[in-house]
Design a protein. Structure first.
Length: 250
C-alpha cells in the first residue's frame, strides 16, 4: 500500500529518510524521525500552505495546497512500514508541542503587558477580547483553517499604526513579528525581529524566532549565532538546546 504522499492529492513527511512526498514526487525536506519524536503537521487554508515540526521546531514550508483542493476533502493519515505500530495523535484537544501555536513562548509579564497595551490601541473591549482569543486558541484547528485570519490582519494593521507613533515599541514589534511568523511572512517577521534586537540585543522572543526563520531560510550559520545567544542567556532552555543540536546537524 502506498505511503502518504505517494498518491495524487496527498502529502507526507517520511520518517525513514526525511523526504517530503507530494502527489508522488519526493525531495529532501527535514531530518529522519523515529520512536519518541513528536511530529506536527500544520495546515493554513487561508494561505494554502503546509509545514511540519519536529519536537517543536519548525522545518519550514513543505508544500502549497492546490487551489482546487477543498478543506472538507482532506483527512489525516499516518503510514506504518511495519505491523502493529502505535502512535498518539493530537488534533487540538491538548496543547501542541510547537509553542508558537500555544503562546507558551511568552511569559506572563509580557502577555499581561500586551493585553493592557491593546486595550489602549483598540479602545473597545470586544475587539480586545477577540485579539486575545486569537492568540489563546491559535493552535486549534479552527485557527489554522483561517477563521481568525481577519482578526490577525486587523491586529497587524493596529500594530502598524501604533508603530508609526512609536517605532521602537518593544511590545508592538514583538507581536507583529510573531504574527508575521505564524502566517508565513518570514521576510516581514525577520525585519521586525532584527529591529527588535537592535533595540534590545538579548530579547528572547526575537532571538528565538529569528533563529528559527534563519533555519527555515537555510541560513544555518546565522541561526546558530542566535541560538547560542539564547543558550548564553539561559543554558537550561530546552527548546534552544534541542534547536541548536538540530541546526548543527543540518
Amino acid at each position: 500500500m502506498p505511503m502518504p504522499g505517494q498518491e495524487n492529492n496527498s502529502w507526507g513527511y517520511h520518517g525513514n529518510n526525511g523526504y517530503l512526498f507530494c502527489s508522488g514526487s519526493g525531495a529532501q525536506y527535514g531530518p529522519p524521525y523515529t520512536i519518541g519524536d513528536t511530529i506536527g503537521c500544520y495546515l493554513n487554508f487561508k494561505n494554502r500552505l503546509v509545514f511540519y515540526t519536529k519536537n517543536g521546531i519548525n522545518l519550514g514550508i513543505a508544500c502549497h495546497l492546490p487551489d482546487y483542493l477543498k478543506e472538507n476533502s482532506l483527512y489525516p493519515c499516518v503510514g506504518f512500514r511495519s505491523q502493529n505500530g502505535v502512535i498518539e495523535a493530537n488534533f487540538g484537544d491538548r496543547n501542541f508541542e510547537y509553542s508558537v501555536m500555544t503562546n507558551k513562548d511568552i511569559n506572563n509579564q509580557l502577555n499581561n503587558a500586551f493585553t493592557k497595551h491593546f486595550k489602549l490601541i483598540y479602545n473597545r473591549l470586544v475587539k480586545t477580547e477577540a485579539c486575545c482569543s486569537a492568540f489563546e486558541y491559535q493552535g486549534k484547528f479552527y485557527f489554522i483553517r483561517g477563521e481568525y485570519e481577519e482578526t490577525l490582519v486587523d491586529l497587524i494593521n493596529k500594530l502598524t499604526n501604533s508603530l508609526k507613533k512609536n517605532q521602537n515599541n518593544i511590545i508592538d514589534l514583538s507581536y507583529r513579528g510573531k504574527i508575521y511568523f505564524i502566517i508565513g511572512k518570514y521576510a516581514e517577521a525577520l525585519e521586525d525581529l532584527t529591529k527588535l534586537l537592535d533595540i534590545e540585543q538579548n530579547n528572547i522572543i526575537a532571538l528565538r524566532y529569528r533563529g528559527e526563520i534563519y533555519y527555515i531560510m537555510k541560513k544555518y550559520e546565522n541561526s546558530i549565532v542566535d541560538l547560542k545567544k539564547l543558550l548564553k542567556i539561559n543554558p537550561h532552555d530546552a527548546w534552544a538546546n534541542e534547536a541548536h543540536k538540530f541546526v548543527e546537524k543540518s
